[in-house]
Design a protein around this ligand. Sequence first.
Ligand SMILES: [Fe+2]
Ligand SMILES: [Fe+2]
Length: 345
Amino acid sequence: MVVQTLRSIGGYVGAVAGTPARVIAPRPPVRREYDETLRTLSEASVEKYFNAFKDVDWDAPEMAVAEDDERWILPPLDLLGAHPWYQSLPKARQIEVGRHRLTAMVKTGSQFEQLLLLGGTQFLMGVENGDPEFRYFMHELTEETHHIQMFQEFTNRVCPDVAGAPGWLMRTIPLVGHLGGLYPALFFAIILAGEEPIDHVQKEVMRSGGTHPLLDRIMAIHIAEEARHIGFAHAWLEEHAPDLNRVSRLALGVLTPLAMRLGADAIIIPSRADRELMGMPDSVVREVWGEGAEAAAFRRHLFADVRMLFDNLGLRTPLTGWAWRALGVDGRPARFRAAPPTAAA
Ligand SMILES: [Fe+2]
Ligand SMILES: [Fe+2]
């Protein structure tokens, strides 16, 4: 009775003041399986975590960065590394362009993770007391701060000229951050749009034998912790997407492939500033990452897991499928999460 009265007063005061009415916070709902997943993720974050300056031996002799180190040459699995323009460059230029390209992806990854912090803290402002989402996601943001430190330190040491993310992304990051509070479902889809391509590329590079030991160490740490982050984004969407209204679901089904395409291109294709620094002609950019079959197949591979998730959630439907096709991120869904490329799309 007292509680109801207080809530009514709160509603009245809130309505008058134009602020959300909340005197006594509601208890978060009990979601047994989901809460168990969050507990497992949180405990794993406490048991296994990395510190950017303790767990990377930056000054070890084998980590030294030499300008003529051939391990910076791009492997053929990279679309640029396989292109005749790159392969015809003198070895010193291949090293220079390779070092710049790899660092540009690292720097863009760090800028993306800064966006995640920005939107992530806004998301957490809306999480109720007692909700285990708060604890786990705070662990995730803590880990991202170490990833950003690690990526920035790598950039400083390996190629400090690098620009990173394209200008349009840098200008929209403050706006996208607000989605963490306003439309968290799209925010979590955007997290996947950044994390899935980075994770995919890092795993491919490591499977093919790796690069320089400093980059390999950073990638190994990142792959280990991103598994939790990607797992949480999937779990959050599985838990909350079914509660969205029809308009929000439709918007999510259409805007997610847009986020995927923009996110993948921002991470994979060097920005104009970086292309100029690398001396890469525009025609090469078009041939490598344009509408060719190889570039299109590569892009589709990146999001097989997200397609599986959106199929399971009923968000990739005849009403939204056109957007996935138009944006070049359609294809077969993965059969299971983190499946190797041959088993996916
Ligand atoms: Fe990260
Ligand atoms: Fe992450």
